[in-house]
Design a protein around this ligand. Structure first.
Ligand code: ATP
Ligand code: MG
Length: 871
């Protein structure tokens, strides 16, 4: 079976068991304060498990793009070293939300693996949770055990502890026992030597876990205790790459058809071959794995950058470059060359890759290029560190500095050091690392109490499209303490007019009116697990009273204008620059808007003017907002709505339309484009290869902008002392300025000439040469010119000029080449010695040198000294 057939069979099997098939959620998660990347299939259904909303379908199946490179699940450092962990992988999953439970989950998993895929039963092992004697005091999962006993002989059932068989989403939240299915792909001979049961969960590369069936039945509370969930759920995840490996009869997922085309291409690009050498092979696996993680992230709209999720992606790419550099001997960009093969193998299942191929290639190439430059610099810096180190051990703190400030990888440092016969002070490095970790940890430390329930739960309603204030009832609240914000309270209401940060738009601010006349300020609003969470500095005194929630109207109006303008800008850019323009990010604030998009060249002044003109035209046309809420995604797309890659959409969506601009969008907008008043681009620039950023303002910010400009112009006019056209006045002034410059130059020349004539008369004849030591009123450059001009006219000349400029002393010494040779004099040495009189120093060449000092009072002494020296 090819990998795509394997994927199709999985989905078809569960469709046959009444599951609804849904698309993969984006791999990069936006607008979730608790998670950067999807790390398991269940992430997109978290809110169902938590009971915050009711699942639209009780049974769901899908394949989910996952990335395990940060946080609780981080496999990054292992990837490449073994043959079955990836950074980015697909997780096949089936779910029951309060519907079927252990019995069906177990039976269907077995049926699919053994009957549909035909995996030999004898090679499968299953595990069951053994219970725990700790504070949780959990019983063994007897129910799962009984169910498995009915299908699998007991010697292939293994008992697992909490670490392996009790799945938790995080420190808090839904959890429960799980049953894993492991497969033994060793040869018959190997199997007869050691039974597979002994190798399960022992990190054996041929006895590996492929499927985890999780039975969600508890909720882990903030105090660490468990409470049973009101409804029980099933959450399963099967590693697609591992499944392909098993079904295609190979012993490494890198030998399945998902990876072989990439490996072949890398062989061509690197001139090395896979499968001959341990270290080369690791590098091959690292590169062909990481290209997927990076390409899929870029396709989801997450570009490499120097913070947050973007930084994680940058580090993954850098890890691949480094392996290529060190073990494949490649020192120029090469990873981008694999993109075309990746698109050919996965572009059909994931069209976002195909559509953005060129952008992905460009971004990767540019990143590689700049990191290779960093590597080069790092190598020089490292050489420096080595040359300064006493003995054979290199300071760990210095190595950490290289790592921290220049992104120079520590394992590369160790490698280079050992090649040069040096050693890294690892303890010192670890200490510096721990210190820095502690610093950043304490900055982001959070403690969250459990939610306190105030009144009945229920589906939360967002009223903010139609009203800016509402009577609300507090449903629950909790205290959160962070280092940065101090103590805050998170409040959830039964309904709310507050817009939660999302889709690039900032969260609403405002206040709550409390019956006794008090107000509680709302500082921010965010969405978390599909709940709208309001951040307040304090708690209403009577949490169960009816409150009036009021959104800050002025801020909201400004934000709405900026958001609607963003849509028009998007439309204008596509119209004027072309259809290749795709939104790559946006940030809509009340003060300004920011829009990132794919485009390969700097916008010309003319293009910027045309885009501005387009948006302002749309504003003048006063196009009314046409909004559709809760329409099927399919219908919205048919109507021409623009959907963004990397955005998570439900089946029912909202469309925002102004004339021909139609977007899927949850943000708040103006009723009519006329309400935007005016639009102005204030900056345009590149943020990555092939990605540009525009910053713009609207409405009263534009008025302010022009008022500022007007004030500036008035100031300029008053400086110009001309009431006429300031441009003409400036031009005229520049002309006058140039003429004056020329005049000054001529005057200075005449002055220098006169000075030269005078000085020539003052020359003193000593032996066979001329000599002069004198204070002159010239700057350094003029002194030099004068000395060289005089030197042209006299063959044997010794000059020492001194001058005082801005309270500083300057000396310059000229000695004809002849004298340098015949007498062995050295101007450099002379000014250095004279430097003591003016409290300074200097140097230069034997025939010309200068010195500067902070003591002009010493000039005469210096002149006297040189005179007596010569005489
Ligand atoms: P392992 O112990 O092998 O790291 P896990 O216990 O971390 O696996 P789960 O969190 O239970 O895995 O994820 C469910 C399934 O996803 C696993 O059974 C496995 O098939 C697959 N999987 C997990 N991590 C990876 C990875 N890094 N690369 C590829 N597949 C993975
Ligand atoms: Mg793991």
């Amino acid at each position: 079976m090819t990998s795509s057939e394997i994927r199709d069979h999985f989905l078809a099997f569960f469709k046959g068991k009444n599951h609804t098939i849904v698309p993969s959620a984006p791999m990069v998660i936006k607008d979730d304060p608790t998670l950067m990347f999807t790390n398991a299939g269940m992430n997109q259904f978290k809110e169902y498990f938590l009971g915050n909303s009711v699942a639209k379908h009780p049974r769901i199946a899908d394949t989910q793009k996952c990335l395990r490179v940060s946080g609780k699940h981080n496999d990054l450092e292992e990837v490449g070293k073994d043959t079955y962990h990836h950074t980015m992988f697909e997780m096949l999953g089936n779910w029951s939300f309060g519907d079927y439970f252990k019995k069906e989950a177990i039976q269907w998993a077995w049926e699919l693996l053994t009957q549909v895929y035909g995996i030999e039963k004898e090679s499968l092992y299953v595990s069951v949770f053994e219970g725990s004697k700790d504070e949780d005091d959990l019983d063994m999962d007897a129910e799962a055990l009984e169910l498995w006993k009915a299908i699998v002989p007991e010697d292939r059932i293994i008992f697992g502890n909490k670490k392996d068989n009790f799945w938790e989403m995080g420190d808090q939240g839904p959890c429960g026992p799980c049953s894993e299915i492991h497969v033994d792909i060793r040869s018959k001979e190997e199997r007869s030597k050691i039974p597979g049961a002994q190798l399960v969960n022992q990190d054996h590369p041929e006895v590996i876990e492929i499927w985890n069936l999780v039975f969600m039945q508890y909720n882990r509370k903030a105090d660490g205790s468990l409470e049973p969930l009101p409804e029980k759920h099933v959450d399963t995840g099967m590693g697609f790459e591992r499944l392909c490996m098993v079904l295609q009869g190979v012993h490494s997922s890198y030998d399945s058809d998902l990876f072989t085309p990439l490996v072949k291409e890398l062989e061509l690009v690197s001139g090395k071959s896979y499968g001959n050498d341990k270290e080369t092979d690791i590098a091959f696996r690292v590169v062909v794995d990481h290209i997927r993680a990076v390409a899929f992230s870029i396709a989801d709209g997450q570009l490499p950058s120097n913070n947050g999720a973007g930084y994680v992606i940058r580090r993954i790419l850098r890890r691949a470059v480094r392996y290529g550099f060190t073990f494949l001997g490649i020192s120029e960009p090469f990873i981008y060359k694999l993109v075309k093969v990746l698109v050919a193998t996965m572009g059909t299942a994931f069209p976002e890759l195909k559509k953005q191929k060129v952008l992905i290639e460009n971004v990767i190439k540019e990143e590689e290029h700049s990191f290779l430059k960093t590597l080069e610099q790092g190598l020089t810096l490292l050489d420096n560190v080595i040359s300064k180190s006493k003995g054979k051990v290199v300071d760990g703190e210095k190595a950490f500095e290289l790592y921290d400030t220049f992104g120079f990888p520590i394992d590369l440092t160790s490698l280079i050091l050992s090649e040069k016969g040096f050693e890294l002070d690892e303890a010192g490095f670890d200490k510096a690392m721990q210190k820095q970790k502690a610093r950043s940890r304490s900055a982001s430390e959070v403690s969250k109490d459990d939610w306190q329930i105030v009144s009945g739960n229920g589906e939360q309603e967002f009223l903010g499209y139609d009203q800016l204030s509402a009577e609300v009832q507090l449903v629950k609240y909790r205290k959160v303490v962070t280092k940065k914000e101090g103590t805050q309270f998170q409040l959830v209401f039964d309904k709310t007019p507050f817009y939660p940060e999302g889709g690039g738009q900032v969260g609403d601010k405002g206040y709550l009116e409390v019956p006794n006349g008090d107000v509680v300020y709302i500082l921010d609003t965010k969405r978390e697990n599909n709940e709208i969470v309001h951040y307040a500095k304090n708690l209403p005194k009577h949490p169960d009273a009816t409150l009036i929630a009021v959104v800050d109207e002025v801020q909201r109006a400004r934000t709405a204008r900026n958001h609607s303008a963003t849509h028009l800008l998007h439309q204008g850019l596509r119209l004027i620059l072309g259809e290749h323009v795709e939104q790559k990010g946006s940030a809509v604030h009340s003060g300004h808007l920011r829009f990132d998009f794919s485009h390969f060249a700097k916008l010309t002044k003319e293009e910027i003017r045309r885009v501005e003109g387009f948006v302002n035209e749309k504003i003048q046309e006063q196009i009314p907002l046409e909004e559709q809420r809760n329409i099927p995604m399919k219908k919205a797309l048919e109507e021409g709505a623009m959907a963004l890659f990397g955005e998570k959409y439900g089946e029912l969506v909202r469309t925002v339309r102004y004339g021909d601009s139609i977007e899927l969008c949850g943000g708040t907008h103006v009723r009519n484009t006329g309400d935007i008043w005016h639009f102005k681009i204030i900056s345009e620039g590149a943020i990555a290869a092939g990605v540009r950023r525009i910053e713009a303002i609207t409405s009263d910010a534009v008025r302010q902008f022009y008022e500022e400009k007007d004030k500036q112009l008035d100031e300029i006019k008053s400086h110009l002392k001309s009431s006429g056209d300031p441009v003409k006045a400036v031009e005229q002034m520049l002309e006058e300025n140039n003429a004056m410059k020329k005049e000054i130059e001529a005057l200075l020349k005449a002055k220098a000439k006169a000075l030269k004539i005078q000085l020539k008369q003052e020359l003193e004849s000593v032996d066979d040469f001329y000599f002069l030591a004198k204070e002159v009123d010239l700057d350094a450059a003029a002194m030099k010119d004068l000395a060289f001009e005089m030197g042209q006219e006299e063959e044997k000349l010794f000059l020492l000029f001194a001058s005082e400029k801005d309270g500083k002393a300057l000396l310059s010494c000229y000695i004809s080449k002849e004298l340098v040779e015949s007498k062995g004099w050295n101007a450099g040495k002379i000014v250095k010695d004279l430097g003591q009189y003016i409290q300074g120093g200097g140097g230069g060449q034997p025939f010309y040198a200068t010195a500067g000092g902070k003591n002009p009072a010493g000039i005469q002494k210096a002149l006297k000294e040189v005179r007596s020296l010569i005489r």
